[in-house]
Design a protein around this ligand. Sequence first.
Ligand code: NIG
Ligand code: FE
Length: 425
Amino acid sequence: MPADFLPSRADAPRTLWRGASLATMAPGKPWGWIEDGALLTEGARIAWVGAATELPARLRADDEIELPGGVLTPGLIDAHTHLVYGGHRAREFELRLQGATYEEISRAGGGIRSTVAATRAATDEELLRSALKRAQALMSEGVTTLEIKSGYGLSEHHEARCLRVARRVGERLPLTVRTSALAAHALPPEFEGRPDAYIAAILDWLPRWHAEGLVDAVDGFCENIAFSASQMQRVFDAARALGLPVKLHAEQLSDCGGSEMAAQYRALSCDHLEYLSPAGVQALAASGTVAMLLPGAFYFLREKQLPPVGALREAGVPMAIATDHNPGSSPTLSPLLMLNMACTLFRMTPEEALAGMTRHAAQALGLGHSHGQLSTGRQADFVHWAVDHPNELAYQFGHKPCQLRVHAGVPDAADLARIAPAPEF
Ligand code: NIG
Ligand code: FE
């Protein structure tokens, strides 16, 4: 049992949820399954979870909500997104369909750089409005925690602007938002031909973003078309000096050794990993780093090289799944479709896929102790699904099974009115 994340508070309102089965996603038995379960929230925390038949007789609740069957799971955690940006890249999609590769477009100054131009040209309000809309689409499929990266500003001012917009998304919506500073995403035009000078600039900017409270983690893109492992190492040294955790886009298009380097910094996650070597797998296993697999980008870029799922499984590396929502390589807003693709494309099991968007996704954000499972003391983030078994979440695609979303103990009001209407007098 993890230590309680949120302490018990005698004055917090207590709500008892019953009538559904629970996929707690706690390790131990498959799905952490509890047939006909009950869950007690106390303010923002979970105060009790178990089988309805084992509810303590003296348990006091201010409110009781009877659910019409179905399954409760932890709220989904989309732990890798690039949600804040201007414009879109539909034209680039057409060019790729005509034969141009993602790398060729990038080297010709398109790709990430074209989104940087559109993001710099957008106002704060425009960036916020579009990011809120995207976040709401993710929430409609059960997302309660969302990681948002910068990476389309690429200057001190514009990266900070994008990180502030990300923070604002978390303030405006019933959602936990974690930010990652991804200034080392691509080389901005002002630094053309001077990648080391750009890295030096990032080292200068990072402490100020951190002082403003904008950064929860530091990320980078380690790739031939982006930054080398040794350039990323300089950024990670700066993150370490500030006490910030790191993560890395690594081995997406080639094996650059990024994962082995990131493992030395005990990275929270390494992401993509199609070209991860056996040595890379061992390095992740030894450092407790999460392998963040992104089937949306694999699918949309029509990649052929699969991430080494079997080797990761064998080595006991926790695997997470995310949308990687971004305009260039994964313009999806469907976490449920990613569960399906994790199974069909990557041959993960439906249970591994759901653990990848709950328990292991929490770990990839440094929230492994407080989120991602239904257990006492954790934040009361959960979803009620109109399914008989959680394996249906990965089996279906294009369905809308999310009935009710609860964030920090508070249900979305419209969902609640629909699913458990107040009795009429
Ligand atoms: O996670 N790999 C690098 N970054 C993004 C893509 C960014 C873009 O193409 O705009 C990703 O796939
Ligand atoms: Fe990404």
